[in-house]
Design a protein around this ligand. Structure first.
Ligand code: ZN
Length: 327
């Protein structure tokens, strides 16, 4: 499976922003591109001293090359980078620094499986993945990358497998009390992924984390108009997981509801589909658990297992049944 490690992948940068202007500073020159100037694609090689700044406000540094072009009057920036380099930077973006080695190692293999199974997810713009929670966080260069390279060096050619096939390693930032069976979301049954409670030695993992419980408030009128509803209520729920919302006439899949709110209001405000719904005069109030789809590997819960001195294989086996590390 060495093929994968040699692979270059394409990641959309600054996905959540409406880009009006780009300023690229390299060692030798500065390029400023405004939307109206971009008539044909631009290809630029980056080095550690290059920075990319958009809209005079957000500045980051990336490795590899970038392509800048316009599609439907939107500026798109795509970064081409080696898979291993990309995974290291996703760990840094998703996990932050100062983490124990076993969580870094477990997460490295999870990100690799997720990435391999989601290539071409954004093929309409020529990208594999975007750089926000829709796919995986990816903010480019960080301070602690050297440590991450050292800790994961012997895992370069390793994968998480079930019956000799790379698993589909879904993951969430924090799952809350339960993980979700993928068949509830995608009508997909995976023998190594089942709904389970995140209890270790009698305690719910990560329950003191700030994102374990969340609350999101949305203006009632805005929501009802957006979905053409008379009223909003939960219509179908299994365990903690909301499957359908709507009113007496109309039903909306909870996944579609979350996606539409994400695009229209703010991606990530409705953190998961494990919630209860309340209302007051003006607002709908969502009170929920966890962040992400809650399927598979749970990053914050896994962090606690690493703190409790479990090895990376033990951590992975907590979330995925009957898996092996293969080459
Ligand atoms: Zn995406």
């Amino acid at each position: 499976m060495l093929f994968f490690m040699l692979q270059l992948i394409n990641v959309q940068l600054f996905s959540k922003y409406e880009i009006e202007q780009i300023r690229i500073k390299t060692e030798y020159r500065e390029i400023i591109l405004k939307k109206k100037d971009i008539k044909k694609p631009y290809y630029i090689s980056l080095n550690p001293k290059s920075s990319i700044e958009i809209n005079s406000s957000i500045k980051r540094t990336y490795k590899g090359t970038i392509k800048i072009f316009k599609k439907n009057e939107k500026i798109i920036i795509i970064n081409r980078i080696k898979l291993h380099d990309y995974i290291i930077r996703v760990i840094a973006s998703e996990l932050g620094s100062d983490q124990s080695e076993e969580i870094i190692r477990a997460f490295y293999l999870v990100i690799k499986s997720y990435t391999i199974n989601n290539l071409k997810k954004h093929k309409s713009i020529g990208a594999d993945l975007c750089d926000i929670t829709h796919c995986q966080l990816y903010y480019g260069e960080k301070n602690n990358l050297k440590h991450l390279y050292n800790v994961t060096d012997d895992l370069k050619d390793k994968y998480i497998c079930y019956k000799n096939k790379i698993i589909e390693a879904y993951y969430s930032t924090i799952c809350g009390p339960y993980t979700i069976d993928p068949s509830l979301i995608w009508k997909k049954r995976l023998p190594y992924l089942k709904s389970k409670s995140n209890i270790y030695k009698g305690h719910f993992l990560a329950s003191t984390h700030k994102d374990y419980k969340w609350k999101a408030v949305f203006n009632k009128k805005k929501i009802l108009k957006m979905f053409s509803l008379n009223k909003l209520k939960i219509k179908k729920k299994v365990n903690n997981y909301v499957l359908e919302l709507g009113d007496n006439k109309k039903t909306i899949k909870a996944q579609d509801f979350k996606r539409k709110i994400g695009h229209a209001i703010y991606w990530g405000k409705l953190k998961s589909l494990q919630f209860d719904l309340y209302e007051d005069e003006k607002n709908y109030i969502f009170k929920g658990y966890g962040s992400g789809n809650g399927v598979g590997f749970c990053l914050q819960e896994a962090r606690e297992l690493a703190i409790k001195k479990l090895s990376y294989i033990e951590i992975l086996s907590f979330f995925f049944n009957d898996i092996k590390i293969c080459e």
